[in-house]
Structures are given as C-alpha cells and as structure tokens.
Ligand binder design. Structure first.
Ligand SMILES: Nc1ncnc2c1ncn2[C@@H]1O[C@H](COP(=O)(O)OP(=O)(O)OP(=O)(O)O)[C@@H](O)[C@H]1O
Length: 982
C-alpha cells in the first residue's frame, strides 16, 4: 500500500494546477462550496422537518447531528466543488448530487480556504510521516475533491465534538476562515506562490494544532494527538482498501464516503462493509467468471474468427479461381462468338449467294446441255384467268430454282394426294413476268449474232399461254411484249454494241402452217396451192429490219394475217403454227469473215380435244390438222430421244419446219405451257411428259455458220449456180421422163421406214425396170449444157421443198437436184451392171461439169464421198465425207467414190457439190484399172442431219445471187433415194 500512497501535498499541487489552468478565483470555489453546504443542511433540515411532520417512524429519533448520509451529501458537495474546480468558470452551471449550482464570484476563494486548511492538515499528516491517499485518487481531480471534503468533514466534525457540541455542527464550518490567511493564489496577474515555499502555511497549521492543544493539559496532549492520529490512522487504514476496491470496480457514484463513524454505527458500518466485501467478492468472482467466460468466448470467437479467416481465404482462393475461370470462359466465349459470328457471316453471305449459286448452277447446267446439245425446256404455268381463280389447281408445287414442278394427279381432301414431279431447265410460275421469262433466253440471242442457228418454240395445250409468251397479250404494251419482240430488240442492241467490229444485216420472215399448208404472213396475198409439187409457199418475203419499230410493224402485220378463231377453250385461239424467222448476217470488218445465224421463233398451235373445244366444220378440220402435226412432232421427238436411225420428219410440215432445230446443230429452246386448272390435268400431264422427252433429246453440239474466206463464198455462189442449172435441167428431165420417175418401194425394211432412210447401212440396190428410163434421163441430162447464167436466172424459181412424204408414204416427186444425182448414179449403175461404156460417158459428163467450176478455187479441205459398189450382183451406195478420190475394188466389188473439196462452213454447200466429179479423179476409161474399193464408211446418222431441206426459205433467195445454199441433207437424201430408186 505504501507504494500506492503519495503525500497529501500532491493533492494541493493537483488542485493548484487545476486552478492555475483555469485561472479561477478561489473565492468562487469557496462560495460554491458554502452554498453546497447550505443546500446540504437545508436538505437535512427539510428531511428532519418532514419526518417530524408526517410522523414517520423514527422521526423523532432524528439525530441532532448529520449522519453518514450527511457526510455523503457533503461528499457530494465536494464533488460539486471538484467540478467547480474543474470548470471554475463564473456563471458556469455545475451539476451536483443535490442541486444545480451557479458558481458565483468569490466562491473560489472560500474553496481555497478549505483547501488551505486541507493542505495544512495534509502537510501535517505528511510531516508525521503518515501515508495518505492512493496515487490513482490523486490523479483524478474528482477524487481529490472528494477526499478533501472527507478530510474537511472529519476535521470539522471532530472539532465540533471536541468543542463540546456547541451549536449545530456545520460541515467544515466551525473553523472560520482566518482573516490573516493569505490567498493561495493571487488574482490572475499575481504570481503563483507555492505553498511549500511559504512557511506561513506551516505556521498556520502549527498554530492551529497549537491552538487546539493550547487549552489542554500538557500531559494530555500526546495522548490526544496520539489518539487522534491513531483514529485517523485506523480509519484511513480501514477505508483505504475498501476505497481502493470501490474505486477500482464500482462506478463513481458507488464510492462510499469513508469517514470515521460514530461508535454506535460502527458495527453497522462493519456489517455494511462486510456485505460490501462479500458483494465485492462475489462481484469479483463474477467478474473473474465473466472474465474466464469472456476469455473462453474470446478464444472461441478467436477460433471462429480464425476459422472464418481460413474460410475467407479459401473463399478468396475459390473466388480467384472462379474469376480466372470466368475470365477464361469469357475469353473462350468471345472467341466462340467471334468464330460463330464469322461463321454466321459466312453462312449469311452463302445464303445471300445461294440464289446466285443456283443461278450459276443453272447456267452451267445449260452450258453443259449446250455442249451435249440437249434441247432446253422451260416450263411456264399460266395463271388462272378471271373467274377461273375459283377452280381447283392441279399444280402442287413449283421450285423455280431447281426447275421442278409437281402436279396433283389425284386430288383429295382426306386422302393423300397423288403427285407427279417433272424437272426441266427452268419452271416459271404463274406470277413470272415476261421479262423474267425472257431473261434466260438472252444467251441464245447472242448466239444468233455469233453465227449459230437458234430455235425457240412454244408448245402446249390450247389456251395455255403460248401466244402470250411468244408475242404478248392482245393489247400489247412495252412491258408485256413477248419473246419475239424482246429477242429482236436484243439483237438490235447487241449488233449496235458490236458495230465497230462487225456489221450486221438483220431481216425477218413470218410464216405459218395452216392446215398443213405454209403461208407467208408478211404478204397479204392468197395461200397458194401447188398441185404439182405440193409446195404451199413458193417464196417468202424477207423484210430487212433495222429497228424495233420495224419489227413491231411487221409483227402486227403478221399477226393480222394469222389464222385465228374462237374456240370454247380460247376466244382467240391460234389455228396455225406461226414461225418468225430472223436472219442475221454479220461481216467481220477486220477479217472479212461472214457469220450467218438464223433464229426461228415458233408459236405452235395448241393441241386440243375436239370434244372439249366443241369445234365443227372448218374449225374441226383445223383442229385435226393441228393435232396431226403435233402428234408428228411427238413421233419425231420420240425417235430422236430413242436415237432411232430413222426420224419421221416428213410426216408433217411442222416437223419439216423444225427439222433443223430438232435434229440439226441448232440451239433449241422449248417453252412448254400448262394451264393450272384441274380440268386440264390430262392435257397437262401429257404435255409435261412430252416436254420431258424433248429435254432428253440430244442434238449434238451446235455449229457456227462462218465463211472464213471470200473464196469459199465464191465457191458457194458457184454451187448455187449449179443448183440453178440443175433445177432448170430438172424441168426438162421430167418432161423427158414423162413427168414421173417411178419410185420403188423399199426393200429389206418396213414400209414405214424406207431403205434410203436407214443411213449408211448397205441396202441392195433396186435394179428395177425403171432403170432404163433413168438411164435415158441421165443421158439426156448429160447432153444438156449447164449454163451458169441460166442457173442464176432461174435461181429464184427454187421450190421450197425438194421432196415430200405424207402420212409415211413417199410420194413420187423428186426434186431436180435429187434427180440429177440420181441420174449420175444411174449412169454409174449402168456402167457397173451392163455397159462399161457408160463409164466413159460418166467421165465425159464429169469433164463437162467440171468446166462449170473453176478448179483452182476448190479447196481440198472437206469433201463428200459418194460410193457406189456392187456385190454379189447387188449394187450398193453410200455417202461419206472424205478427201477427193475415186477408188475401185477388184472385179467383184466395184466402187466409185466422188469427192469434191469445199469449205468448212456449210454442209449444205457440200451436198450440192457431192455429185460433181473432179476431172482428174474420174477413172480414165475402161482400160484404167480401178482402184481397190474401200469399205464404205457409214455416215453418222444421216437422218439426224437435215435430210429434208428446210421449209423456211433462205433469205438469200430473195437476192439476185442465190448465195444461200440449200441444206446439205436434202441433197444427200435425194441422192440416197435415187440410189434406192435404182
Ligand atoms: N402468263 C399469262 N399471264 C396472263 N395472262 C395469260 C398468260 N398466259 C396466257 N394468258 C392469257 O390466256 C389466254 C390464252 O392465252 P394464249 O392465247 O396465249 O394461249 P395459246 O396457248 O396461245 O392458245 P391457242 O393454242 O389456242 O392459241 C389469253 O387471254 C392470254 O392473255
């Protein structure tokens, strides 16, 4: 405890310091203190009065002196004082236990006096070497005040007791402030005088003590002092630990005021103290327990916190991992998204390019077909007309891209519909415009200008829209113009574009086949019937055109002339097949080459079921002709697709008209038309089947018609002269032959397919009795001169057809050219069979003929070889393209080959040259040993090449020079027939 004690002097020092800090006058403190005392007493008195007044038990026992409570009240006053000391501001409100006090001026002074006494007292205690207070008490101003008050109260009480209890005890009040006592502090400006430096304080204490002891007996003084000090000591010793504990644990208000108690209360105090001690102990235990508990709790919490920390760390790690993972995912997602977007972009562009690709595919397919030589087939579906829109449609699906169309064959609402799908190069739905329909045809138009032959024809049931496609509607406008007009417009456009390099001349013809008769639509004169030759159109007008307006004018004219009638199926039904032929001749301005192309635009008459179309009389006859010609077309297509050796072109004018386009090296396009009504299903299906067959037909690669050198042209002109001459001769020959040469029936083949149609297969020569007549005719012909001028003169008189075959029956009409060839062959036949002298005649004739030509102009590029040979008593002939030469076999097998060179451009020219012998190559008389016969080379499908001259007049025929030659095939055909005739 000793270490915990400090000198009482320290109390004064602390108080002084506080006062110094605040510069407060001690009078203020004094006043405050006094007021506090008074309040205390008033309270005490009031309490006593109250007790007396109300007669509370024990009220009359109210002690005359203050109880412990009073001391406590005093202590509180001390606290107030302490507060005052702390604040010491005049006018400041001091909260106290009893009341609020306003510190007045001068209060500090009285407080100082108290302090002075206390200080003196404490100094005395110090001087006596007594321990006083705990250091902790002294550190706190409040404690200091309390202790001071305690000491003061103790002192005053002791004084009061010792003074004989005169008057009422006043808290610290018995000792009046000494008038001599100097204030411890001077007012603000006065320097501080430390009490320790002043001996006055010591003296005053001494004097106080001496004053107190002065009236005592000498021998009593030590005892009294000792007793006093002992009491003080005891009291202090007893209270100090309690005070210490209280101060330690209890709140300030619990601090008990430890003052010496009266003897009567001592026991009570002790009990109280015991109870307090117990309480403190239990409190301490509790506190200990609480401490332990709290430490345990703390430990627990620490563990928990540690665990949570660990978990937080793990969570952090996890979070970090997750973050990294998410970052990675984000990155990979972004990569994926980028990849997908790229992919999507690719797909989008692929999707956008899909149609382009489909288009390209189709173009490639078309090109492939061009290479293969297939006929292109485009299908067009007519929309419902007017009221028809309520009808049931037979069209199930159209895929324009792939070119397929599905037809409902068995319509049913409940059961599954039967369907049939057809595929073509392209299918146009009912909504397709004229421009769209024409768009794919453009490449063909270009081909015409490049020197190809092109044929575009429209096929379909009556009323299905053929005329609409080819010409346009009745009231035609710019946008509804049909293929014919658009094709010519494009021709002009392209030719204009090329005018710097190629100079084109374009001319147009319009024909129609009506009731199997050919009519020129560009003239208004009557349909001519040639009873002699069965040729209906002797000469067709060829109108040069230079602009689209020319074309429109011509087409209108032609349309007016067309045979049109109303049927139940179509109020403006075309009763004829119409054909617009455009001839294009282009001269290359640099090379001088000539390109010749021609384009047939054919609008076929529609097939119809006469029962449906309800036609009678003339209309019925027309319908029968139409159906017959269309069925002939079907036969031709059928045999072409089956690659038959024989193709029955001659069965109708129509097939003859289209022969070059179907079987030649032209580029051919067919628009097949169908009506959407279900009532027309039968016709629709048969039309589509027919179209499918057509699309399978291979024509062979189209060939360009090009004259590469002027010499060739000249040669061709010569050939044309020859033709003319022969034509003239023919008339005479016929006359000579009594108009007709009997045509033999074919041998070794069916009646429908005569032997001459069977290509290069060897057939026995017919050595019928008519040979004699033919021989005579040939001789007659030989004697006639072939005057080129005559030929030119007569060039315009060429018939359109050199032979005719109707209903599978070959008529006994042979063209002049055929006859001429026949006669040549006949002559050779004679030489082989009976009279070798005829060989000489042949030679002579050949020489004669050769004079017609300028041999120097004959180019040995290509040639046609005509082979006649005899085997086992039979005579054979064959046609073969080869170099010019004549070969013979041994005795039993003779063969004569005649070849003439010509240019590469037109086969038709070759045919006209076929029978012209080259002088040097003719066997030189009987004596000359014939060369060994070569095996006749079969011609490649001769029927596939044009065996029938085109019905369409050559444009050159209108010209002064018959420069446009006949078709080669006609000549070959004629020659073959001659062979057969023999
Ligand atoms: N694509 C189309 N759009 C609108 N109307 C059309 C179409 N095709 C045809 N028509 C109309 O249908 C009717 C018959 O057409 P169109 O005369 O061309 O048929 P057609 O096959 O030539 O008949 P026919 O063989 O009897 O001459 C006409 O009134 C025509 O205007």
């Amino acid at each position: 405890m000793a270490t915990e004690k400090v000198l009482a002097f320290s109390v004064a020092s602390v108080v002084e310091e506080v006062l110094q800090q605040h510069g407060t006058q001690l009078s203020d403190i004094n006043l405050a203190s006094r007021q506090a005392e008074e309040a205390c007493m008033r309270r005490y008195e009031a309490a006593g009065w109250l007790r007396k007044k109300i007669g509370v038990v024990g009220a009359k026992d109210l002690p005359a002196q203050p109880s412990e409570h009073d001391f406590k009240t005093g202590l509180r006053s001390g606290i107030i004082l302490c507060n005052v000391l702390n604040k010491l501001q005049p006018g400041a409100v001091v909260e106290g236990a009893c009341d609020s006090h306003v510190i007045p001026d001068g209060a500090a002074l009285s407080a100082f006096q108290y302090f002075e006494n206390v200080r003196n007292f404490l100094v005395a205690l110090q001087e006596m070497g007594l321990p006083t207070f705990e250091a902790s008490d002294l550190e706190k101003g409040g404690k200091c005040g309390r202790i001071v008050n305690c000491v003061l109260a103790l002192k005053s009480y002791s004084e009061w007791i010792e003074g004989g209890k005169h008057g009422s005890w006043k808290y610290a009040g018995n000792t009046k402030p000494s008038s001599t006592a100097k204030p411890f502090f001077r007012k603000n400006s006065e320097p501080f005088i430390h009490p320790s430096s002043s001996t006055a304080t010591h003296h005053s204490l001494n004097s106080l003590v001496r004053q107190y002891l002065s009236d005592k007996k000498q021998e009593e003084i030590p005892i009294m002092v000792e007793s006093l000090l002992t009491k003080v000591m005891e009291e202090f010793q007893r209270r100090m630990p309690i005070q210490h504990q209280l101060l330690k644990t209890a709140s300030p208000h619990k601090v008990a005021f430890e003052t010496p108690k009266p003897a009567s209360q001592h026991k009570e105090m002790e009990e109280l103290e015991d109870a307090k001690l117990k309480q403190e102990k239990s409190y301490e235990e509790k506190v200990n327990y609480n401490n332990e508990e709290s430490s345990r709790q703390l430990l627990k919490q620490q563990t928990l916190v540690e665990q949570q920390n660990r978990e937080i760390q793990e969570l952090k790690k996890l979070f970090h991992h997750t973050k990294t993972g998410i970052h990675f995912l984000h990155k990979s997602y972004q990569e994926d998204i980028t990849y997908l977007s790229n992919h999507l972009q690719g797909l989008a562009s692929a999707a956008s390019g899909y149609h382009k690709v489909v288009e390209e595919n189709r173009n490639l397919y078309n090109q492939l077909q061009d290479l293969k030589g297939n006929i292109r087939v485009y299908c067009r579906v007519r929309p419902f007309l007017g009221e028809q829109s309520k009808h049931l449609s037979s069209i199930s699906n159209i895929e324009e891209g792939t070119g397929s169309i599905s037809i409902i064959t068995t319509p049913s609402r409940n059961r599954r519909e039967g369907k049939k799908t057809f595929s073509f190069n392209r299918v146009f739905g009912p909504c397709a415009t004229q421009e769209e329909v024409f768009s794919d045809t453009r490449s063909l138009i270009r081909s015409v200008l490049d020197g190809y032959n092109v044929c575009i024809f429209a096929y379909g049931q009556t009323g299905s829209g053929k005329t609409f496609t080819m010409s346009g509607p009745k009231d035609v406008k710019e946008e509804s113009m049909g293929v014919n007009y658009r094709a010519l417009r494009d021709l002009f456009h392209l030719s204009e574009q090329r005018k710097d390099t190629i100079c084109y001349e374009i001319s147009v013809q319009m024909l129609e086949i009506y009731n199997d008769q050919i009519r020129d639509l560009l003239v208004t004169d009557e349909i001519r019937n040639s009873s002699q030759n069965g040729i209906n159109v002797p000469d067709a007008n060829l109108a040069p055109v230079s602009s689209t307006s020319d074309v429109i004018y011509l087409m209108n004219l032609g349309q007016k002339n067309r045979a049109v009638g109303a049927t139940a199926m179509n109020d403006r039904s075309s009763r004829s097949h119409s054909c617009v032929t455009v001839h294009v001749e282009g001269k290359d301005l640099t090379s001088g080459n000539i390109l010749r192309g021609c384009m047939h635009l054919v609008d076929l008459a529609g097939s119809e079921r006469v029962d449906k179309s309800e036609v009678t009389g003339d209309r019925l006859k027309e319908a029968q002709h139409i159906n017959k010609s269309l069925s002939a077309l079907g036969d031709v297509i059928s045999s072409l697709s089956q690659k038959n050796a024989h193709v029955p072109y001659r069965n109708s004018k129509l097939t003859q008209l289209l022969q070059d386009s179907l079987g030649g090296q032209a580029k051919t396009l067919m628009f097949v038309h169908i009506s959407p009504e279900h009532e027309a299903l039968g016709e629709t299906i048969s039309t589509l089947k027919f179209a499918e067959r057509v699309s399978s037909v291979e024509l062979g690669t189209a060939r360009v018609n090009k004259d590469s050198s002027p010499d060739v042209k000249e040669l061709k002109e010569q050939i044309a002269c020859l033709k003319a001459a022969l034509s003239r001769k023919e008339g005479e020959a016929k006359h000579f032959q009594h108009s007709e040469i009997p045509r033999p029936r074919s041998h070794g083949s069916s009646p429908k397919q005569p032997s001459w149609m069977s290509g290069s297969h060897r057939k026995p020569k017919d050595d019928s009795s008519s040979l004699e007549g033919q021989k005579k005719a040939a001789l007659k012909l030989k004697r006639r001169s072939l005057d080129p001028q005559d030929m030119y003169k007569n060039s315009s008189a060429w018939p359109l057809v050199s032979g005719q075959r109707v209903n599978g029956k070959e008529e006994d009409k042979v063209s002049v050219c055929e006859d001429w060839v026949d006669k040549m062959m006949l002559k050779r036949q004679d030489s082989l069979t009976s009279d070798d002298n005829l060989v000489e005649q042949w030679e002579a004739e050949s020489k004669e003929l050769s004079q017609v030509f300028n041999p120097s102009k004959i180019c040995l590029e290509h040639s046609i070889k005509v082979t006649v040979h005899k085997k086992d008593g039979q005579v054979y002939d064959d046609v073969q393209r080869n170099l010019y030469e004549v070969v013979t076999t041994d005795e039993s097998d003779h063969e004569l080959e005649l070849e003439l060179a010509t240019s590469d451009s037109s086969e038709s020219d070759l045919h006209w040259l076929v029978s012209v012998p080259k002088p040097t190559s003719i066997p030189n008389g009987l004596g000359s040993k014939p060369k060994k016969l070569t095996q006749p080379t079969p011609t490649k499908n001769p029927e596939a090449r044009s065996m029938i001259p085109s019905l369409i007049p050559s444009p050159s025929r209108k010209e002064v020079h018959a420069s446009q030659p006949r078709k080669q095939s006609g000549a070959i055909d004629a020659k073959r027939r001659t062979g057969n005739a023999k």
